[in-house]
Design a protein. Structure first.
Length: 279
């Protein structure tokens, strides 16, 4: 987090998954490296999974949050990430004082969307960010200069979120989406989400169906099945563990719902994925 007299700040963060920060935005740029952890990230208009090693740059004022699921932690049960924040003023200052960086920085300042770096570029950026952990402020400034030369490489990225101005309806849908992300592993009910958004049940069901084209139960089951698919790609987690982890309390019911949406059983899905990897 940037202090008043800082142009950039470096934060090496270790937290228990339940201590993570909720949806927020900031007036500065934010570069994040997930050192240890996995879960779901929500950036602007996009929600998708993330894993350890991921590097994302987020422009100012784009709402975002990282929901860690607790599957991957260090030996103390904590998730680890590095966040580097810096201002437009810092970019302007560097552009003015380092002519060699002017072209790179001006290109970087035109970025309007959150970007995820590809694997090869993430390794380069991660190496610089990790090296900053034990550096003093002057050494970190030198590392920042290195980063400004590699961050603008748009061909090494893909968009993972952009800012969209939201009306009351979209904000309410975001509340529902975030509630599902945070609580999908629990045995949540329609009453729980209705209470969360402050609507009566009839109005909520009508609003949600008109807005998404599906019932809340269908939406919740689809989300849980997608989470289950991610976990099924990890051999060391049993299907029964996955069932309970994604919020189902009955294994036969989980199998039926999974087959309804994926056309095969969880074990068949896992076998197909494993076979594809072995080719």
């Amino acid at each position: 987090m940037l202090l008043e007299n800082q142009s950039f700040s470096y934060d090496y963060v270790r937290l228990f998954p339940q201590e993570q920060i909720g949806l927020h935005r900031q007036p500065s740029w934010e570069l994040t490296l997930i050192v240890i952890g996995s879960g779901i990230k929500l950036i602007g208009d996009t929600t998708e999974p993330f894993q350890s090693g991921e590097v994302v740059i987020i422009p100012p004022e784009i709402p975002h949050c990282w929901y860690f699921n607790g599957d991957k932690t260090d030996t103390d049960g904590k998730i680890v990430n590095i966040t580097l924040s810096f201002t437009h003023e810092f970019l302007n200052h560097c552009s003015l004082n380092f002519p060699e960086l002017h072209r790179h920085i001006e290109k970087f300042k035109n970025i309007q969307e959150a970007l995820k770096y590809n694997d090869s570029q993430s390794i380069i950026i991660a190496s610089i960010l990790k090296s900053m952990h034990k550096q003093n402020e002057v050494e970190r400034l030198s590392a920042m200069i290195k980063l400004l030369a590699v961050l603008p490489l748009a061909d090494k990225t893909r968009t993972v979120g952009k800012y969209t101005k939201k009306d009351k309806k979209q904000k309410r849908l975001d509340m529902i989406r975030i509630f599902v992300i945070c609580n999908a592993y629990r045995n949540i009910s329609l009453d729980d989400v209705v209470r969360h958004v402050g609507m009566n049940k009839s109005a909520f069901c009508s609003f949600f169906k008109q807005s998404t084209g599906k019932t809340f139960t269908t939406y919740l089951n689809e989300y849980r099945i997608e989470l289950a698919c991610q976990l099924l790609e990890q051999e060391y987690i049993s299907i029964s563990e996955i069932c309970y982890h994604v919020g189902f309390t009955d294994i036969p019911y989980f199998n039926r719902v999974f087959k309804k949406y994926k056309g095969c059983s969880p074990s068949q899905y896992r076998c197909e994925k494993m076979s594809a990897w072995s080719i």
